[in-house]
Design a protein around this ligand. Structure first.
Ligand code: 16G
Length: 240
């Protein structure tokens, strides 16, 4: 309901009304919003006022506009807490979601200079090169390229990497994963990411690079993960 006598501006009342419908699930992510004209007629207010409310909600990212198609309710992003060294499989399960992988590439190759130095192994030592699309509830979330030292993490198979790498390392190999350093970068999807993540040209990507060590300090993996920035956000608790 819009109260025209209220000191609260009408566009603001409409914003609150739309937000309320999103929160209650009356408007679902991906749904298109009724047109400006429909709101204006139904509520007996001007289209300018409706436009103002919608623009504010677009700026606050509750809604987004798609050229030539209309205005849509924005998908809620997955929030990943960065306080622990977890695997993709663990992150998804913790959220009650079904993780899966599509294996794009899995082979043993000789380590090039820079990878060898990051993994602290001699140049040309064997490494597993694994490329996986990581999905949650069958929706592609990230394209992940993993380089694993093959003399350290022995016996990897395509079945294992279609399940969980960390689980294999800890449960089967009985090795302890220690710590990791991770770098974040904002970028735009390249051709490969566009194709495998099924996203349009120029989509935003959160690129993460991780080097992970076993408890004794030996690095065992170098990972480059391209996450869909429209689906993912990261959270860090900071203490002073
Ligand atoms: C996460 C890690 C990645 C690790 C993978 C293991 C980031 C940026 N990357 O995706 O380093 O290799 O989990 O997942 O978080 P898995 O045990 O499910 O195979």
């Amino acid at each position: 309901m819009i109260d025209k006598q209220s000191p609260i501006p009408i566009y603001h009342q409409l914003e609150e009304q739309i937000k309320g419908k999103i929160e209650k699930g009356e408007y679902m992510p991906g749904d298109s919003l009724p047109s400006e004209r429909e709101y204006a007629e139904e509520l007996n207010i001007s289209r300018m006022t409706v436009r103002q409310a919608i623009t504010n909600l677009v700026n606050e990212r509750y809604l987004h506009r798609i050229k030539g198609k209309g205005t849509f309710i924005t998908e809620k992003k997955f929030e990943q807490n960065l306080s622990g060294l977890t695997s993709f499989t663990e992150d998804m399960k913790a959220r009650g979601m079904k993780p899966s992988n599509k294996l794009v590439n899995f082979e043993i190759v000789p380590a090039k200079k820079s990878l060898a130095s990051q993994l602290n192994i001699p140049e040309h030592s064997p490494i597993y090169e694994i490329k996986r699309i990581r999905l949650a509830e069958d929706i592609p979330m990230a394209l992940e390229r993993t380089y694993v030292s093959a003399n350290l993490i022995k016996g990897l198979t395509d079945d294992i990497v279609q399940s969980s790498l960390y689980q294999y390392i800890e449960d089967d190999l009985q090795l302890k994963i220690g710590k990791a350093s991770q770098l974040f970068e904002a970028t735009i999807a390249n051709d490969e990411e566009m194709e495998y993540l099924n996203i349009p040209e120029h989509s935003p990507i959160l690129l993460m690079r991780r080097i992970t060590q076993l408890e004794d300090g030996t690095p065992f993996e170098v990972v480059k993960s391209a996450y869909r920035a429209d689906r993912y956000q990261f959270m860090l608790d900071l203490e002073r």
